[in-house]
Ligand binder design. Structure first.
Ligand code: KIV
Length: 268
């Protein structure tokens, strides 16, 4: 794995076209970036989940752009070949496309290769604005943690036909606007499979079933060090491994083989 060429957008498109599953994990520091890159993870997500995992907040809402720049720079220093996606934190893209661009530029200059932002509909012009200015974008639909209060808690999204239709429409619009990846969180597995087949870009699932183009988990969750109860869609890969690196390699192998997630155990 250490001989791997840098993962690029063309490489991610190629994997999608050939049906090779994409393995993504969250990563917040240089040491883990080195380990995950070496263990074959293709995409490192500097997720704003760091607000909960590292900072102890109850949600991702308090995370600032300064926090994200700091952790993105650390991950970039430890990484060699993985593709780095950094979350745009709550409040950094809601105001206008111009201010979203200013914040996205900070993340790209810190070492991200792509930025991720949550939501559909109103985000489409912002995604187009960033993409037209040379910033690769990952969209995020389904359960969107930054709007946990508006969504009424940590709930599965797209269960009724109206909500499923909105998800399908938002995914198609975001892909047409130039988003190159789509994270789909806590969505019924049958809907996620259908949406993955319909949309032109790779769909990376988290609590969205095995029918997606790839998977992402919070690193600490898949190592079994979640504070409190882990969500249903998490599997502890460390419990049957002899080291953290072996656990990460096992995650990559299980994702690529389509053995993780198991919809009967981890799906909705
Ligand atoms: O911040 C994060 O870790 C995320 C994942 C849950 C996809 O957005």
């Amino acid at each position: 794995m250490s001989q791997r060429k840098p993962v690029t957008l063309p490489r991610l498109r190629e994997m999608h076209a050939s049906g090779e599953k994409i393995a993504m994990l969250t990563c917040y520091d240089a040491t883990c970036a080195h380990l995950l890159d070496h263990a074959g993870v293709e995409v490192l997500l500097v997720g704003d989940s760091l607000g909960m995992v590292l900072q102890g907040h109850a949600s991702t809402v308090p995370v600032s752009i300064e926090d994200m720049v700091y952790h993105t720079a650390a991950v970039a220093r430890g990484n060699r070949t993985a593709w780095i996606v950094a979350d745009m934190p709550f409040g950094s893209y809601q105001e206008s496309a111009e201010s979203a661009l200013r914040q996205a530029v900070r993340l790209i200059q810190a070492g991200a290769q792509m930025v991720k932002l949550e939501g559909g509909g109103w985000t489409t012009p912002i995604v187009r604005f960033l993409v037209e200015r040379g910033i690769p974008v990952c969209a995020h639909l389904g359960f969107t943690p930054q709007t946990v209060h508006a969504l009424g808690g940590y709930r599965v999204q797209g269960r009724d036909e109206g909500a499923a239709q909105r998800l399908r429409a938002h995914a198609a619009e975001l892909a047409a606007a130039g988003a190159e990846l789509l994270v789909l969180e806590m969505v019924p597995a049958t809907l996620a499979r259908e949406l993955t087949a319909a949309v032109s870009i790779p769909v990376i699932g988290i609590g969205a079933g095995v029918g997606c183009s790839g998977q992402v988990l919070v690193l600490h969750d898949m190592l079994g060090v979640t504070r409190g109860d882990a969500p249903r869609f998490v599997r502890n890969f460390l419990q049957d491994s002899t080291s953290v690196e072996a656990a990460v390699r096992s995650y990559v192998a299980e994702v690529k083989a389509g053995r993780f997630p198991d919809d009967a155990l981890h799906g909705f």
